[in-house]
Write a protein that binds this ligand. Structure first.
Ligand code: GAL
Length: 419
């Protein structure tokens, strides 16, 4: 599938969408883009889109809101929409897209999607996230995988440690590093990072069915189960592998600890690879990637939604942006920088590294085996209220002496109260 000639596809695409934009408005495209891509790798990635936009005659007003995971960006978005001044385009994903659509503030971008044939080049699961009541209401840029373990290759080699393939191996490796004075696990104490660790442990320790029952279907039995207690116990163990200064640290600074050898491991989505790559590091040589133990694949698809605005220049800007986002050359360049793989299935992965190849293969296998699962921590699985309720408990447990018994009870209660 991923074999199409990128250049040929891209120029055909530009012709179609170019005509579309010319038809829609002769105005100069304007766009104000709200996003949270402010780390080194992220800024490099979004710059590709800015450049393509201005090469096509558009004016881009950047509205970056720092804060990994996008919580601060989403707060800024709400304030802008409430004051009647929505940005033209917003980094938005998962069920939040449909939540905003239900508020009546999103534009329909079906004309661009149909002209470019999005339905034919996106996996069904991804396309479904981009639709609201049958209309296209968001454009996907990538597929990030969340369930990864990253490691500094030299640190592991010096310690005589192999990349762990089970949690027992991970714990043993971490203890060994701790004994050598190396921080075993680089982590930032922010709620979304705690949630990221947690969902990886839920999938990895409990398996895909358990993940689905607990974090997608919110089955009370799964939330209170012995399996969930074991997850919280592993979270307690991981808490012991974090350094004293972890509180409030941004994720990219945690990645920097692995890059410079201060820490051995980080458990984080593959936007972390964007940081390794921006620092000039090579997978397999300077750093290692391995999917977390066990089966399954936790996906996190970044996308942009267009908010209802008036003015031909802004509408032309939204159409041009949607077209560029789904352009095959953009999807290649952007994702090489970002650490993710293209959302389009027809973009060749020839230029991508071994971590991306693993991601693509395991994504296809997981889709077949029913274990391709949406990330709850990155807003792909649940609506805001339920995801928030879970994260509050995960963070409260991680930052206290709470027992696993108390945590599962609190989890089940918090979820029930959020419905
Ligand atoms: C994720 C987002 C990624 C990356 C990460 C850290 O939620 O999907 O693209 O930006 O947060 O900010």
């Amino acid at each position: 599938m991923r074999k199409l000639n990128v250049l040929a596809a891209s120029s055909a695409m530009s012709l179609v969408a170019g005509a579309l934009i010319a038809g829609a408005a002769a105005a100069e495209p304007q766009v104000e883009v709200l996003h949270w891509w402010t780390s080194g790798g992220e800024a490099k990635s979004v710059a590709v889109l800015q450049q393509e936009f201005s090469e096509r005659g558009g004016t881009w007003t950047d509205m970056p809101v720092a804060g990994g995971g996008g919580d601060a960006a989403m707060t800024a978005l709400r304030a802008r929409v409430l004051s009647g001044n929505a940005p033209t385009a917003v980094q938005l994903k998962g069920p939040a897209i449909q939540e905003w659509y239900e508020e009546g503030v999103l534009s329909d971008i079906s004309d661009v999607a149909e002209a470019q044939g999005w339905a034919g080049v996106l996996p069904e699961a991804i396309a479904a996230h981009m639709k609201c009541d049958g209309a296209w209401c968001a454009a996907p840029v990538n597929v990030h995988r969340v369930d990864w373990i990253w490691a500094n290759a030299k640190v592991l080699e010096d310690a005589g440690i192999e990349m762990p393939t089970t949690w027992d191996e991970f714990n043993a490796a971490a203890e060994k590093l701790q004994g050598m004075g190396v921080v075993p696990l680089a982590h930032g104490g922010q709620a979304w990072q705690d949630a990221t660790l947690f969902e990886v442990v839920v999938l990895s320790l409990g398996g895909p069915e358990f993940y689905r029952s607990a974090l997608v279907d919110l089955d009370p039995e799964a939330l209170k189960s012995d399996q969930m207690k074991a997850v919280f116990e592993q979270m307690r163990t991981l808490r012991g592998f974090v350094d004293d200064n972890f509180s409030g640290r941004e994720w990219n600074l945690a990645t920097a600890m692995v890059i410079n050898g201060e820490a051995g491991f980080q458990i984080m989505g593959d936007w972390a690879k964007g940081e390794f790559v921006a620092a000039g590091k090579t997978p397999g040589e300077d750093f290692l990637c391995a999917s977390a133990p066990g089966a399954g694949f936790l996906y996190n698809v970044d996308s942009f939604a267009m908010f209802e605005v008036s003015g031909d220049d802004k509408i032309a800007g939204q159409k041009l942006l949607a077209e560029l986002i789904m352009g095959p050359t953009f999807q290649e360049t952007f994702n090489l920088n970002k650490g993710s793989i293209p959302a389009r299935t027809d973009v060749s992965l020839e230029k991508f590294d071994s971590c991306a190849a693993t991601s693509s293969q395991e994504m296809a296998q997981s889709a077949e085996g029913g274990s391709l699962l949406p990330s709850y921590a990155h807003g792909m699985a649940l609506r805001g209220a339920q995801a928030g309720a879970i994260t509050d408990v995960v963070t409260a447990h991680f930052n206290s002496e709470m027992s696993a018994d108390e945590a599962v009870q609190m989890l089940a209660d918090a979820v029930a109260n959020s419905m």
